[in-house]
Design a protein around this ligand. Sequence first.
Ligand code: ZN
Length: 287
Amino acid sequence: MPELPEVETIRRGIERHLKGRTITRVEGEGGRLVRKNAQGMIDLHTHLTDAVVTGVERRGKFMWLLLEDSDLSLVIHLGMSGHVRVVDTSAEPLARHEHVRLALDSGKHASFIDPRMFGHLTISPLVEDPSGRLIPEGAVALAPDPLEDVPLDTWTKPLGKTRRFIKTALLDQAIVSGIGNIYADEALFRVGINGLERASSLPSETVTRVVEMSRDVMVEAVEVGGTSFDSLYLNTDGDPGYFARSLHVYGREGEPCLVCGALIVRENVNGRSHHYCPSCQPPPEES
Ligand SMILES: [Zn+2]
């Protein structure tokens, strides 16, 4: 499943190819990939044909296209297996799993491909969030993500208050959006704390370090194009990301810790896997 660094990598690719471009034609109906918004608007052809893309923004795993002279956006959510590919346009019919194609005045087109169809495309009005940023209506319940330029206490305050496990709280999109399993495990390893610590029991400096490390690990992942475990995640040019080579705990169950040599453990925490080094990140006494 694409997490924030993969979505950000794709956002950059979409921006590079679509910003300033006119959408000349929309091909494909999109099937259940296209969702109604709260006003019942659904039709991509009506809202996107001849629209000029003025920007491509993101919060957490939600991306959206800004359109010139419009208070509507096109929300792109990749779900489990969605991706966006930008190629030279052709008269070929839509391929299997290719649901929508946006033809551009550059001679290229952007394809929305999703084998499992858990992603979605939605025409969504823009509304102001508490910080004054315009974001699509459907994403307004999401907290800012760690790559956004907002005060640190946006995240540390709610994290410091919850009695939930720190791992679980980090995955709560209403506290901090866009941190998924991979990067939560990697951030906790770097701070040296176990995901089963109660968030509210941690010193405030530790909570701050967790947020800072979450940001660092995602910035580093974006620099190498995200993490590809399989062909389901590729960027807009069809290339994989290379952060899997930098993972310390995620996906390394039973392998030696790169710092101390202890064997990495994988446990279930509230239905999600938690990978950690039992020596660098000892479990708390209470659990
Ligand atoms: Zn270790």
